[in-house]
Structures are given as C-alpha cells and as structure tokens.
Ligand binder design. Structure first.
Ligand code: 2HG
Ligand code: ZN
Length: 478
C-alpha cells in the first residue's frame, strides 16, 4: 500500500516534471535545455565530494526575462530550482541531487553598462570573476575580490555566497563591492535592488539580503559592481615561522605599520605537499608554519620597515627565514604555493573546516583548537592554512586510503562538532567564506541563534512562498 502511494507520488512528480520540461523546451529551444547525462553530471554538482547529480534538466537562459519565465514555469509545476554559477563551491550549495531544474547562468556573461563617473560596471551574473578583474584593469580600475578559483567562478555565484578570498583584510568580501543587484525571486518577480546608488536611505536594503543568500530567495541575474582605483605596486614576502604565536605577532606588526593587501598562512605539510605537486622548491628554510604577506609600500621607508620586522623576529627566534620577492615572477611563484593548496589536497577528499573568529581572539582560539585536535586521532593528517589576517582559518583533514568515506566522516565529526562548539564559545563563525549549502546546515545553529534562523525561514517564505528556490540548502531541516 505504502509502495503504491509512493509510486503514485513518483508518477505525479514525473508528470509534472515532464510538463515543465515541455514548456521549458518551447521557451528555450532544445539547444538551451539540456537533458543528457553528461550535462547532468557537469551541471549538477559543485567541487565538494560525495554527491550524485540528479537534476531533471539544465536551463541556459540568456537574460533576466527568460529567467523570470523559467521561474514562473517551475513554480506552476512545483519544480525545485538550483541556481548555478561556476560551481566552484565547497559546501554543496549548487548541488542538484533530487530532480531539480538547474538554471545555469553560463550564457549570461555580457557587460550591460560601464559608468566612468561612478567607476562601476553592470554585468550579467554569469560573468567569470577573472573576466571582471580584466575588464576593470582594462579601464585602469581594480576589482579586488580574488581567490584560486576566480578563473571559473561567476560573479552571481560570488554574490550569492559573498565570496571572500585573499584580499578581504584590505578590501572586504564581495558584499563591499556590490552596489546593485537584479534578481528574480521565487515568486517570479524581478527585483532591482539599490540600482548602483552610493546613497539610498529608503529603508532596509534588500540587496544585502541577497548577498550570501545561497540562492534560497531567488536567482541573481545582473550586478552593478563598484570598482576601485588601480592600486600601487605591491611587495610579497614569505616568512618561515616557529608557531602560531609568531604568526600572530608578525600579523600585528605588519597591520599596525604597513598597508597590507593579504596575510595568509600555511603549515609545513601544506607547503611540502604543494611543492611536491608543482615540482617546485621552497624559497625559505623549513619551519612549522609559513606566512605570506603582500603589502603596498607607500615609500622606501615602508620596505625598510618590513625588513626590520623580519630582523627583529629573527633575533627573537620567532622567525626562521624569509624571502622578499624581487620580481613579479617571484611574487607569482610564492602566491602559487598558497593558492594551489586546495587543489593539491583534493585527491585526499579532505574534511574541510572553514572557520573564523575576530582577529583579537585568534591567539586564544588557536590554542584551544590545537588542543582539541591534538586530543583526536593520530591516524588523521591535519593541514592548516588560510587567510588568518582576517581571522579565517582552513583546516583540512586528509582521508587515509584505508578508510571508506563513511568511516572517515565518522572519525572527523567529533573534531567538526568540537570546533563548532568552540566557535560558539568564541562568538566565531562555522563558515567564514565557503557558505553553508548542504554540508554545514547542521552546524548553522552554532553561529546563528534560533531567533535568527526562524527569521531567515520567514523571509524565505516571503520571497519564495512555494519553497522552490535551492531547496534544502542553507536552512537546517525541520
Ligand atoms: C582557499 O583559501 C580556499 O584556498 C579553499 O578557500 C580552502 O579548500 C579549502 O579548504
Ligand atoms: Zn579560503
């Protein structure tokens, strides 16, 4: 009997999906509604491991009005929608594993407007982040948000996840650069949010609700991006350091006296694995930790100041070695060591932690977090790295070959839970920059209160009354 009910349910679901697919095909044509298995596998997952792609179709709209029509069709047939950018996320936020329609923005990469007076550009949401950086540079301007996957990620996805990356310490996250958003919400309404205005005091700014919303309110289709004047030349240094306290002292010395663009750190095993993969050698002597510092010297005295910070640290025994890149190529080679870590570790299907606390609490937090991890499991290799200058640490735990995915998850979850509880105590975040998606829903409550989560649910209900937008993501299950 139950079995028959389920079949009945499946049949009506299939019938609804088929009807929606028919309407979508007549809207977009066969070339822009993909129904083949290889497209499903390409568009149905992100970069986090362990998902099986099971979308019902992939829609490739070309403008906001088409997105609106797609949402209206999906809503009529109660079909879930997964908005899809470059799918470089690490939390399952763009995964379609339950028969949803994927709306991929790949064909929406046009420049809509360039405004020299405002120093802003308006682009469609499918523009690749690196193209936006190039577009800005061609005009003599600068788009500061940058990270290893900027060659594939899209600006719409960056906004929906409020992407961070390597220059947050100086310029903030994606949110800081976005002066306007056009989105189609779950009701099928087109919303033009803030329209690129610098001043707009007409009540709560819904633009900021859509930044970091992970697609649960609607699909971002266009963005107005506030660009910056091109920065001056920068210098890159790599330090080899004795431990976390030495990193934190270096951070405070640099940030109190110099204009820092980035302050990143990596552990010894991270550097070892990266140099092995890139067949490169380390430019500094071995040490437990390394810090990569990029700063913008205003005068020669600033460069001398950086060197004297190094000399004093060496004298105190906190710094083991350091190198100052003498050319663009050397600076790029040092950055490559940092930016290649995530990809280097991916064959080990790591258990990822992307956490943050306020910079002033980093020292105490790291001490407690290290003790918590040390109490754990000797068989697990821990790789620490991250942005640290903005309070963001990544801890990747590598899966030993002999463990199945399930066994590994079981071994890691005490660390993840312990971290979440520690973060709650420190007022930190269980997701500093990667988002929540499907992976971290159960941990949201350690960083956001019950009252906040229920308000978020209620807001979703307004923009998406039928719950079709990115179902199952971000919000914990009932
Ligand atoms: C990075 O900082 C990225 O390299 C990826 O945020 C971090 O893969 C990770 O854990
Ligand atoms: Zn990161």
């Amino acid at each position: 009997m139950i079995y028959d009910d389920e079949k009945q349910h499946d049949r009506s679901l299939d019938a609804r999906t088929n009807e929606a697919v028919k309407e979508l095909t007549s809207l977009l044509g066969e070339s822009r509604l993909l129904l083949d298995q290889s497209s499903f596998e390409r568009f149905g997952v992100d970069r986090s491991p362990g998902w099986t792609a099971r979308p019902c179709a992939i829609a490739l709209p070309e403008n906001t009005l088409e997105v609106q029509s797609i949402v209206q069709i999906a809503r009529r047939h109660s079909l879930g929608i997964v908005p899809s950018g470059g799918r470089t996320g690490l939390c399952g936020g763009a995964v379609a594993a339950a028969g949803e329609l994927v709306v991929a923005l790949d064909r929406m990469n046009r420049v809509m407007d360039v405004d020299p007076a405002d120093r802003s550009v308006t682009v469609q949401a499918g523009m690749i982040t690196a193209q936006l950086q190039t577009l800005a540079a061609e005009k003599g301007w600068f788009y500061p948000v940058d990270f290893a996957s900027s060659g594939s990620s899209q600006i719409g996805g960056n906004i929906a996840t409020n992407a961070g990356g390597i220059r947050v310490i100086r310029y903030g996250m994606t949110r800081a650069q976005i002066s306007g958003i056009v989105a189609v919400d779950g009701r099928g309404e087109i919303l033009g949010l803030n329209r690129g205005l610098a001043k707009n005091n007409t009540g709560p700014d819904f633009r900021h609700l859509f930044v970091g919303s992970e697609g649960i309110f609607g699909i971002i289709t266009e963005a107005t991006v506030q660009l910056l004047p091109a920065p001056g030349p920068s210098k890159v240094m790599l330090f080899a350091l004795q431990g976390f306290p030495a990193i934190l002292r270096l951070l405070s010395e640099f940030s109190n006296s110099l204009e820092i663009n980035a302050f990143e750190f990596l552990s010894h095993n991270a550097l070892e694995r990266v140099t092995a993969r890139l067949a490169a050698s380390s430019p500094v002597a071995p040490a437990p930790f390394y810090a990569l510092v990029e700063f913008e010297p205003a005068t020669e005295a600033d460069e001398e100041r950086a060197v004297s910070i190094f000399e004093q640290g060496l004298e105190r025994g906190e710094i083991v070695d350091a190198v100052l890149a003498g050319s663009e190529a050397q600076a790029r080679a040092i950055w490559r060591l940092r930016e290649s870590i995530s990809e280097t570790l991916s064959p080990w299907k790591p258990w990822k932690n992307d956490i943050s606390v306020r910079v002033g609490r980093l020292g105490a937090f790291i001490e407690r977090a290290s003790a918590l991890v040390a109490e754990g499991d000797d068989e697990l290799e821990l790789v620490w790295y991250g942005h640290i200058g903005d309070g963001n640490i990544h801890l990747n735990i590598l899966k030993p070959d002999r463990l199945s995915a399930e066994e590994f998850a079981e071994r890691c979850s005490p660390v993840a839970k312990g971290f979440a509880m520690l973060l709650q105590e420190f007022g930190g975040s269980v997701s500093a920059e990667h988002g929540i998606g499907l992976l971290k829903r159960d941990y949201l409550k350690y960083s956001r209160s019950e009252a906040e989560i229920s308000a978020l649910r209620a807001i979703k209900g307004i923009f998406d009354p039928d719950g079709i937008m990115n179902p199952g993501k971000l919000l914990p299950g009932p």
